[in-house]
Design a protein around this ligand. Sequence first.
Ligand code: HEC
Length: 231
Amino acid sequence: MKKIMPIACLLLMLFVVSCKHEVPTALTITSPIISPPIVSTSCSPDTVYYKNVIEPLIISGCTTSGCHNDISRADGIVLTTYTNIIAYVSAGNASNSKLYSVLVKTGNERMPLPPLPAFTATQIALVQKWINQGAKNNACNACDTTNFKYSTAIQPLIQTNCVGCHSAASPGGGFNLSTYALVKTCVTSGRFYGSIAHSTGFSPMPKGTSKMPDCQVTQFKKWIDAGSPNN
Ligand code: HEC
């Protein structure tokens, strides 16, 4: 991605976090191809799955308070379900899809709107690949509860499901989950597991969407029970 000039960057930092903004060109809603849910029992390494990857990424990156959730509806856009996400996608053609093109813009045309963090190059590539693979409503159910290492299981799950709402620019509930040390602080506070397990007395996370699959919650449980190591 292109770098924002330092001055522009500084000016942007002065803006309050807000998703109310001017959209230079109206977002055109293409007639979406609504794919029925497709669930496979194994995960192909070549496929980007909507339910496993894209939905959590969009929920975490785009539906923070003031943005594209059912309540704030910034610019009238809601991005909480497959049906409303697909309205900004031209299936099979990422470069012709608003959902993709706003991720690679610069300055305050880029989404998530600065100073919220941009999607990483890897995340942008996933969105691009999913659209180019037909933007299907697909999911795969192969989660391995014997893998509960921070680097290969926990960190990727947090990056996909949580960091959009829990970064330095937007620390939901005061929790920034963008580094191991900060995740550890949240776990130590005793608020982490109850939230993802949807236990009574905790705010259910990820916010505004369904609970993570039980298998993933189990991966977190095993990692926390092992002392939440940075392994
Ligand atoms: C769409 C935005 C959003 C997503 C996605 C999200 N959070 Fe949150 N989170 C918030 C907000 C806002 C708060 C503070 C208000 C509240 O508690 O509901 C919060 C609060 C919390 C709290 C404190 C809850 C409590 O009961 O004390 C924890 C812990 C937490 N989040 C962890 C996570 C984890 C872990 C994930 C990913 C699995 C996640 N969040 C995903 C927005 C989000």
